[in-house]
Design a protein around this ligand. Structure first.
Ligand code: BGC
Length: 757
């Protein structure tokens, strides 16, 4: 009897939620949530904080093995709030049924998954998307990712990744927008807009999750999961701004990070989560732990046992426990005996229920599990077309001596060389959600499809890896095997042009993929030296998910295309650029150093007291330099050429009422239409805390026909010109600024101007 009457109560709740979605929103949802909360036991409340992994096939309502059975039992009791890794419309529907049809209050589950560059149709990896500097493309790509994943019942994307990553050794640099806080903030907004759309309850949009809060990308020595020791100045000015931008863009959730930040693990960082995120920034969404990161508080030596870990993480503001199973075990007793305040529990549960409410799950818990759309949307033709467009705009032309690119379509014989050129799998990138293995278009295929009448031959040349390649395990790199070099060199010498594809396996980047050396692995460099000698008409195509240290190649190759991992349509996108069907427009979101030893290497360094050689004796060693390598970039942040030429006029830079206005004329002096990304950097010349020599504050993309000019105007406001002190306070300081404008961080025109705020 009891359970029936409660079920009626719960159903009445859903019905009233249903009607309220047409009403004024927020306050109505608060009321509904409060009334649901008042029905919940402490166990049920804590249950909402649990996120279970669900890599179990649902062939019926109750999974077979014990572990799955336990999960199912927990769900049926209403003791699970959400799941990750539950796949297919059918699978999510079955799991949802367990919760909705069996639990006392029938509260629906939310389903999360790591979708950062596509679900089935793969788009360029996020770092590559950032290289396009094209926000609209990024929004479109994530909109399609949302459409595909939501059809399978998933409604919570664990992305975008907002980790500013100044160190190329860190493998997760591929997941975000690179080294720059401003560019990452711009992409935060673009990706969130694509995933969440205008209305979270639209069944084709999903909740986004800005991760990993915070500082994760500054891992010491580029070592994933490792300690982060950064100054508060770096924290406030570089690590936090993209998260703030994500909050301002209305992101529904935030995931915290594994590492410790200046001595406090991020998962238990009260100042980060309670004071800054939920306090100063007023974030009302969900804070999700990273996978088992609450449990890892004990391994960090920050909690003596699981009980203390629960207290520290929860009191610090981690609302939801992903796979530590600590909250479910420890929190009910801690609440009941008063160790942890029940108001904190209510706050956390409210956040989770609110997200479910906003997703429309109380209206219809099955709205996302749509087998018909799943069939229709996954790998839809128009999604693949967009993946190709996104791929082309993410490519960066690093070097093009004597305009060897684009390659004429009338060449007779083309050699495509390199193990990576043939792979239909590496192109998909790491963190590839549900991409079908080996389903991408290889570069070799792309070239053949572009020129079906031409003699295009392939040789493997180098061997980068052998054996099984996988997301989970280390790769087997092959160093000393030169056995396939001769064949490739022979093909190179007998061809009109060589396309030499080099770089990384996609599983060299991603989680747990740090490298102590960011040069080329395997026997690639040796092959390059021979091929370039055999045929100087060689175009190097790089595939990689991090900046590379390749000074020899940068010097000797006449043309270099940076093509990252572009997803399902990679080969077609690369061929479009190689043969001039698309004029390259990408710009680097990371700096390429001469040597790994320069890492962490980013353009917004400080001046220091001795940046340049002393005027009166430049031979002396007492200035900032290396004795064995160049300290500058080989290819700087923001660099990227085009098949057009762009000429920048003299900028007019004026201080206006506490801001700066910049006027500049850009002309396409080349012979074809092209797109340029005009970048604006500033330097605050004298400040109460030392400032970077340059930092990006604005940019614009302009498409110009040959001979066409356009006048551009940029307005920098207080937000652009101020900075955070180490105390966390944002300040505006009167004085002189240098403003730089140009096509790369190192190719700019500059003027000085005084500003009074
Ligand atoms: C990663 C997260 C990811 C989570 C769930 C963790 O290992 O750090 O980025 O969302 O796993 O797959």
């Amino acid at each position: 009897m009891k359970s029936i009457s409660i079920f009626i109560l719960a159903s009445a709740f859903f019905l009233s939620c249903n009607s309220s979605t047409k009403g004024p929103g927020m306050s109505a949802s608060h009321q509904k949530i409060d009334s649901l909360l008042s029905l919940m036991t402490i166990e049920e409340k804590v249950g909402q904080l649990n996120m279970y992994n669900g890599t179990w096939e649902f062939t019926g309502p109750v999974p077979k093995d014990d572990n799955s059975q336990r999960k199912a039992e927990m769900i049926k009791k209403g003791l699970v709030g959400g799941m990750l890794n539950v796949l297919t419309a059918e699978g999510t529907r079955e799991a949802q049924k367990l919760a909705v049809e069996n639990s006392r209050l029938g509260i629906p589950l939310v389903f999360g998954y790591d979708v950062i560059h596509g679900y089935k149709t793969m788009f360029p990896i996020p770092l590559a998307q950032a290289a396009s500097w094209d926000q609209q493309m990024a929004t479109e790509a994530s909109r399609i990712a949302a459409k595909e994943m939501s059809a399978t019942g998933l409604n919570w994307a664990f992305g975008p990744v907002m980790d500013v990553a100044p160190d190329g050794r860190w493998g997760r640099i591929m997941e975000g927008a690179g080294e720059d806080p401003y560019l990452t903030s711009v992409f935060a907004k673009a990706w969130i807009k694509g995933l969440q759309g205008e209305d979270l309850s639209d069944p084709e949009t999903v909740a986004a999750c800005a991760k990993h809060f915070a500082g994760y990308g500054f891992a010491e020595a580029g070592l994933d999961y490792f300690t982060v020791n950064i100054s508060d100045q770096m924290l406030y000015n570089a690590a936090l701004p993209p998260f703030k931008a994500a909050i301002d863009a209305g992101v529904a959730s935030v995931m915290n990070a594994f590492q410790d930040l200046n001595g406090i693990p991020a998962t238990a960082h009260k100042k980060l989560q309670r004071e800054i995120l939920k306090g100063q920034w007023g974030f009302e969404g969900v804070v999700l732990s990273d996978w088992a990161s609450i449990n890892e508080l004990t391994t960090h030596g920050f909690a003596s046992d699981r009980r203390e870990a629960a207290i520290k993480a929860f009191e610090a503001g981690s609302d939801m426990d992903m796979e530590s199973r600590i909250y479910e075990e420890e929190l009910p007793a801690l609440i009941e005996n008063g160790t942890v305040d029940e108001s904190l529990l209510d706050d956390a549960v409210r956040r989770i229920l609110k997200m479910k409410y906003d997703l429309g799950l109380f209206d219809d818990p099955y709205r996302y599990s749509n087998a018909e759309n799943e069939e229709k949307y996954l790998l839809a033709k128009e999604h693949l077309q967009l993946a190709r467009d996104a791929g082309r705009s993410s490519i960066v032309l690093l070097k093009n001596t004597d305009e060897i690119l684009p390659i004429s379509k009338s060449v007779k014989k083309i050699a495509v060389i390199g193990q990576l050129a043939e792979s239909k799998d590496v192109v998909l990138g790491s963190w590839r959600a549900q991409a079908n293995p080996n389903s991408g278009v290889s570069i070799y295929e792309g070239v053949v499809n572009a020129l079906p009448e031409t003699d295009v031959q392939f040789k493997q040349g180098y061997t980068l890896t052998e054996g099984e390649r996988s997301f989970r395990y280390d790769l087997n790199f092959v160093e000393g095997d030169f056995s396939k070099h001769d064949d490739a060199v022979a093909l190179a010498s007998s061809s009109d042009v060589v396309i030499l594809v080099m770089g990384e396996d996609c599983f060299q980047t991603g989680e747990g993929r740090s490298q102590s050396d960011i040069g080329l692995k395997g026997n690639q460099e040796e092959l390059f030296n021979r091929v370039i000698e055999a045929n100087p008409n060689t175009v190097v195509v790089l595939m990689n998910g991090r900046p590379l240290a390749i000074p020899n190649i940068a010097k000797k190759a006449p043309a270099i295309l940076e093509t990252w991992f572009l997803g399902s349509e990679m080969g077609h996108a690369v061929a479009d650029v190689l043969f001039g069907d698309y004029n390259p427009s990408g710009k680097l979101p990371v700096s390429f150093p001469h040597s790994t030893g320069q890492e962490p290497f980013y353009y917004y360094q400080k001046n220091s007291g001795r940046r340049v050689p002393n005027d009166f004796d430049s031979d002396m060693v007492f200035w900032v330099h290396y004795t064995d390598t160049n300290k500058e970039a080989v290819f700087p942040f923001g660099h990227g050429l085009s098949y057009s030429d762009f000429e920048y006029g003299d900028p007019e830079i004026t201080a206006i009422g506490g801001g700066i206005e910049i006027d500049i004329t850009l002309t396409n002096t080349g012979e074809i239409t092209g797109k340029e990304t005009v970048q604006v950097y500033i330097r605050d010349l004298v400040a109460s805390e030392t400032q970077p020599i340059k930092r990006l504050v604005d940019f614009a993309q302009v498409r110009l026909d040959p001979g066409q000019s356009e006048s551009l105007k940029f307005s920098l406001d207080r937000e652009d010109l101020g900075f955070y002190l180490s105390s966390g306070q944002f300040v505006l300081e009167d004085g002189e600024f240098e403003v730089f404008i140009g096509g790369s961080s190192e190719d700019t025109k500059s003027r000085k101007v005084s500003v009074n705020f």
